[in-house]
Design a protein around this ligand. Structure first.
Ligand code: NAP
Length: 301
């Protein structure tokens, strides 16, 4: 297909983990022309077919972001200081609709407030879920929801994997390690689902929810998998009240773990949605043990 005949897809978060995977997966299909959106396009000139300046906090930049696009992928970054996900997403949805975007894909998360009957407060989940209705009511010809899992990538790194009191390297979290509650995945693979949804709108363009799930594990299973591969990691359960005071944002994370434990990450049996997502992606997502063997190598002294 010549580049002129390809449908153009505009991708937010293209320089990040979710959107980066979307750009790569769209390019791999050769079916689409990709416009990467960034606040700093000059820093990423080769990211996609086009790299265009767009800032979700500056609605005046959004017209050109979506101009001529058939599809759009939107992720907002709750963790970036000052981010108002509702305001950003509302501006993007409106601009996309005005620009004539036909297929809009929003990266959402479960509504913890509704699932837990108000018991747990996890704004980075519930805030995204509340945007679903705005996407639906915008009246795009096609729309889809993708759900990112707990990133495998988030398990490692200096903030989460720390030296414990007994000298071992491990995790100290307010979570019962026996409870299988974590829907997890290699976040780079979310793009396969997004690209699949753009390519197969009949199956996935009418408000379907498409979660990426490579594995469903308890923390003990995570630790056992890694230790079978030669690590000597540990897990310590810490009281929620203690964890909540450890760093800014820890209270929200502590409530996330309580929610996972009570309801699981996705909040309900999602096997049909996961099966559809995998069908749309055209492949099974990578299992944790396979990912870990490559990405958490055993350090030899
Ligand atoms: N970590 C997890 O386990 C997990 C699980 C599920 C969902 N999530 C959600 O994932 C989201 C973050 O996605 P990610 O991991 O892909 O983030 P990331 O790798 O940190 O990248 C953030 C992206 O957001 C873009 N961005 C931020 N503010 C922007 C703005 N005002 N206008 C335009 N673009 C903006 C950045 O683009 P530029 O800097 O190039 O402009 C960058 O590409 C969060 O909302 C989080 O809640 C995380």
């Amino acid at each position: 297909m010549s580049s002129n005949n390809k449908k153009l897809i505009a991708v937010f978060g293209a320089t990040g983990q979710q959107g980066g995977g979307v750009v790569r997966a769209l390019q791999a299909t050769s079916q689409f022309k990709v416009r990467a959106l960034s606040r700093n396009p000059s820093k990423h000139p080769d990211l996609a077919d086009e790299v265009v300046n767009a800032d979700l906090d500056r609605p005046e930049t959004l017209k050109t972001a979506f101009e001529g696009a058939h599809g759009a992928f939107l992720v907002t970054n709750f963790w970036e200081k000052g981010t108002d996900e509702l305001k950003q997403a509302t501006a993007a949805i409106r601009a996309a609709k005005d620009a004539g975007v036909k297929h809009f894909i929003w990266s959402t998360l479960p509504n913890v407030e509704a699932i837990s009957g108000g018991k747990f407060h996890v704004p980075h989940f519930t805030g995204k879920a509340r945007i679903d209705r705005i996407v639906t009511e915008a009246g795009f010809e096609l729309h889809s929801f993708v759900i990112a899992p707990t990133y495998y990538q988030g398990l490692v790194g200096p903030l989460v994997l720390q030296k414990q009191a007994d000298g071992s390297l491990g995790w100290a979290l307010p979570l019962d390690p026996e409870v299988r509650c974590l829907h997890m995945g290699d976040i780079r693979e979310l793009g396969n689902i997004v690209a699949g949804a753009f390519a197969h709108p009949d199956d996935a363009g009418h408000g379907e929810y498409l979660p990426l799930v490579g594995d469903f594990l308890s923390f003990n299973e995570i630790v056992e998998t890694l230790n079978r591969q030669g690590h000597t990691f540990s897990f310590k359960r810490v009281p929620k009240e203690v964890f909540a005071t450890l760093f800014p944002g820890a209270a929200e994370l502590a409530d996330s773990f309580s929610y996972f434990q009570a309801h699981t990450y996705l909040g309900s049996d999602s096997s049909d949605r996961i099966a559809l997502a995998n069908k749309i992606a055209g492949r099974q997502p990578t299992k944790f043990s396979t990912w870990a063997r490559v990405n958490i190598p055993v350090q030899t002294p």
